[in-house]
Unconditional design. Structure first.
Length: 356
C-alpha cells in the first residue's frame, strides 16, 4: 500500500486533518492497521477490515460504532478529552457511513488515536491482571442495558459448544488411523467432558443467564493502559456481538493465566497462575458484579474451564482434520496445542482454592 493510496483512503473520512505520515501497526492477525500522523493532534487509526474473515463488514462496523456511542452516552459526565481516552471514537466517512468501501471491495474505518497509551502482550504482574479485569468488567457493565439482540453475529457459532462438538465428531470420521492413535488419550478426554462443557450453553439457551453485549476477544493485548499501567479502555471491538458474560471472562483467564505459550511442548512449564486469576476476577467483579445475577457469578470459574476447553477441542479437531485451519510448523503442532490447553485445565482444577 503506497503512501498516496493510504492518504486517499484516510481523506474519505470527515476528520478535518492534514495527513503527514503513517506507520503500520503490527498488532493483530486479521486486519491491516495504520497509525496516521497529522499536522495537529489527534492522530488517527486507519484500519482495513478483512472481509474474507468477516462476511458482514457493514454489520461489524455498525456493531462497534453503536456500542461505542452507547458507552459515550453513559460516560457523558466526562470531559471531551477524558471521554476520548475511555472509549473508542469512530469517524464518519464522507458518504455518511462509518466505513469507506474502496474499488477492490475492501472496507476501511477510522478511529481517533488514544495517545500516551500502551498494551501488554502478556501479563507480568497482578496489577496488570487486576486493571485488565476492571476494563473488561466496565465494558460489560456499561453495555449491560444495551439490547444485544440488535447486533450482528459477526462470527456465527463462535463459542457454540454443540457446534464445536459437531466439528469434532466430523473430524473423527475423516482422521487418519495414525492421527486417531496419536490423539487417542485426548479424544477420550473430550468425550468425558462433553456434558460439563455444555452447562453454560444450556443455561444460555434456557434463558437462565442473560444474553448481553460481549467483546469476544478479551486477551490482555486488547486492553489499553496509560503509562502508569492504569486501564483506559477495551480496544479491537470487531468481534462485539451477542453473548454471555462467561465468554469474555473465560477467554481472558485462558490467555492471562497460562504460564507458558499455548504451543509449549514441555507441559511441566504449563501451569495455571492462580494469583493472576484472583486479581483479574477481583477487578472484573468490582466493575460488573452489580449487573450480574448470582448464577452468572457462581459459574464464572466454570467459564474459565469451558473457554480453555473450547480451544483444546478446536486445536484437536484441526489436528484430526489434517491441519486445515490453524497454521502449523510441524505435523503434531495442533496436537501439542491441544495437550497444552488440557494441561492448563488440569493445573486449574488441581488448585482447589481457585474459586476464592
Amino acid at each position: 500500500m503506497t503512501q498516496e493510496q493510504l492518504k486517499y483512503k484516510f481523506n474519505q473520512f470527515n476528520h478535518a486533518s492534514t495527513y503527514v505520515s503513517h506507520k503500520e501497526l503490527a498488532s493483530g492477525h486479521i486486519n491491516d492497521t495504520y497509525l496516521i500522523e497529522t499536522k495537529e493532534e489527534p492522530f488517527y487509526i486507519l484500519q482495513r477490515i478483512n472481509h474474507l474473515v468477516f462476511k458482514d463488514v457493514p454489520g461489524l462496523i455498525s456493531n462497534k460504532v453503536s456500542v461505542s456511542k452507547h458507552i459515550q452516552k453513559k460516560l457523558s459526565h466526562l470531559s471531551e478529552e477524558e471521554l476520548k481516552r475511555s472509549v473508542l471514537t469512530f469517524v464518519q466517512a464522507k458518504s455518511g457511513e462509518y466505513y469507506y468501501k474502496d474499488e477492490d471491495g475492501d472496507y476501511w474505518n477510522v478511529m481517533v488515536y488514544i495517545s500516551d497509551s500502551n498494551t501488554h502482550e502478556i501479563v507480568n504482574n497482578v496489577e496488570v491482571a487486576y486493571e485488565g479485569g476492571k476494563l473488561a468488567g466496565e465494558f460489560l457493565n456499561l453495555t449491560s442495558d444495551f439490547n444485544a439482540s440488535i447486533l450482528t453475529e459477526v462470527i456465527p457459532k463462535f463459542h457454540d459448544m454443540s457446534f464445536r462438538f459437531w466439528q469434532f465428531d466430523e473430524a473423527l470420521k475423516v482422521a487418519t488411523k495414525e492421527r486417531l492413535e496419536q490423539a487417542g488419550e485426548y479424544i477420550d478426554r473430550v468425550n468425558a467432558l462433553k456434558e460439563e462443557m455444555h452447562i453454560i450453553q444450556n443455561l444460555k439457551e434456557s434463558g437462565d443467564i442473560k444474553l448481553r453485549v460481549t467483546h469476544n476477544d478479551t486477551k490482555i493485548s486488547n486492553a489499553l493502559f496509560d503509562k502508569n499501567n492504569k486501564g483506559l479502555c477495551m480496544i479491537d471491538t470487531d468481534t462485539v456481538m451477542p453473548g454471555v458474560v462467561h465468554y469474555d471472562f473465560g477467554d481472558a483467564i485462558r490467555t492471562i493465566c497460562n504460564t507458558a505459550a499455548e504451543d509449549e511442548t514441555n507441559l511441566d512449564l504449563v501451569n495455571f497462575n492462580v494469583e493472576y486469576y484472583k486479581a483479574y476476577k477481583k477487578g472484573f467483579l468490582e466493575k460488573v458484579e452489580s449487573a450480574l445475577s448470582p448464577l452468572e457469578i457462581k459459574t464464572l470459574p466454570l467459564a474459565a474451564k469451558t473457554m480453555i476447553f473450547i480451544m483444546a477441542i478446536r486445536f484437536l479437531t484441526d489436528f484430526l482434520n489434517g491441519d486445515v485451519y490453524y497454521k502449523t510448523k510441524y505435523p503434531e503442532h495442533n496436537l501439542d496445542r491441544s495437550k497444552n490447553q488440557f494441561k492448563l485445565i488440569d493445573s486449574m482444577m488441581a488448585q482447589m482454592d481457585v474459586e476464592n
